[in-house]
Design a protein around this ligand. Structure first.
Ligand code: GYE
Length: 343
């Protein structure tokens, strides 16, 4: 298999270099000696080197996602992890990918900030024989063979879940005939999570003539932007009934703006808020009745990536797409999850 052959060749090269160094030094060196030019020590030779380019640290979800990667790719588990944080910039991700290629890592794992613009760098990885595993968001590339597999969430499904939850709530409240005025706080423009969640929600909204989407504002998945945009929207539209906020961080900002404007969120308030990610502090607000529903987005992708790498190491075929399991939480069913999350 190509991956294995690649590493075997590198090991052969390393052994020759090491033998040369030993001969030159005229003495036998200990096992701990660093093999020059490679940055890896001889006892680490069997570690699988994984270069991970993470988008940034824009959200609580992202922090959990990073943790899941860092806890999976440890030396104890047989890995050497090279981790780069791109601070939300595609150019930083491209730089990180190029540096992984020049370090000849065994695998590249990355979560693309946006879908477009990856053809060239992924072609470079392919030419270097390094398998690429895409996680979380997707890439749009002309040649699908530029990456081995993608692991992440079904964002369109998540968006539909948000829509269907609102539908069900309005039905229960006998408000199906009422005109429902909606604003959406969108995540990063051009990101799969943004595109998918918006499309999924729109597919449900389309079925309801009385649902009116007033505006979809770009709030970049951050609390600060969520608050800023929500403040603006509340000034612009007097009668917002529903906020669809594409992540919990933006929701926290939006809730602050709602409170500041003297409005109230929740079933007993005047604005219904539906959120995504289902991080612990947001679930507490679901339990308290402030957030109507929170669609789960599973950040624990490390273990799935590891399974894929194990398969590739064994020369087994992997699927093109892996969806991680997720659900939606409302007040009716959130308590059980919160109990599980208790430390
Ligand atoms: O929902 C958001 C993060 O791509 C699923 O990115 C991810 C999204 C997540 O910043 O909180």
């Amino acid at each position: 298999m190509r991956v294995r052959e690649g590493r075997d060749r590198r090991h052969l090269w390393l052994s020759i270099l090491l033998a040369l160094l030993l001969a030159l030094a005229g003495c036998a060196k200990g096992e701990e000696e660093t093999a020059e030019g490679d940055g890896r020590t001889t006892p680490d030779q069997d570690l699988i080197v994984v270069g991970v380019s993470q988008i940034g640290s824009e959200s609580v979800w992202r922090t959990a996602n990073t943790l899941s990667i860092q806890e999976t790719f440890t030396k104890e588990n047989g890995y050497l992890l090279l981790f780069e944080n791109a601070r939300q910039k595609q150019e930083n991700q491209i730089k990180a990918l190029r540096s992984f290629i020049s370090q000849r890592v065994d695998y590249i794992v990355f979560s693309p900030v946006v879908e477009e613009g990856w053809d060239t760098v992924l072609q470079e990885a392919k030419e270097a024989g390094i398998p690429v595993i895409v996680i979380d968001r997707q890439v749009k590339v002309r040649d699908k063979s530029l990456y081995v597999t993608w692991i992440g969430s079904d964002f369109v499904y998540e968006g539909r879940l948000a829509g269907e939850t609102l539908e069900e709530y309005l039905r229960k409240e006998h408000r199906q005939q009422e005109s429902i005025r909606i604003v959406a706080l969108l995540g990063t423009e051009g990101a799969t999570a943004t595109i998918g969640r918006a499309a999924g929600f729109a597919s449900v909204a389309e079925e309801h003539e009385n649902w009116l989407i007033l505006e979809q504002a770009d709030a970049e998945f951050t609390t600060a932007k969520g608050q800023e945009e929500m403040e603006r929207l509340l000034k612009k539209y007097e009668d917002i009934d529903v906020v669809i906020s594409q992540n919990d961080d933006m929701t926290f900002g939006a809730l602050a703006a709602i409170e500041e404007a003297g409005r109230t969120a929740g079933e007993d308030g005047d604005i219904l808020v539906i959120s995504f990610d289902a991080v612990k502090n947001a679930l507490k607000l679901v339990e308290a009745g402030v957030i109507l529903a929170d669609v789960e987005c599973n950040p624990n992708q490390g273990e799935y990536v590891e399974k894929v790498i194990r398969k590739l190491e064994r020369g087994e075929a992997v699927a093109r797409l892996y969806f991680v399991p997720e659900t939606v939480f409302t007040k009716a069913d959130v308590a059980e999850r919160l109990l599980l999350e208790d430390d």
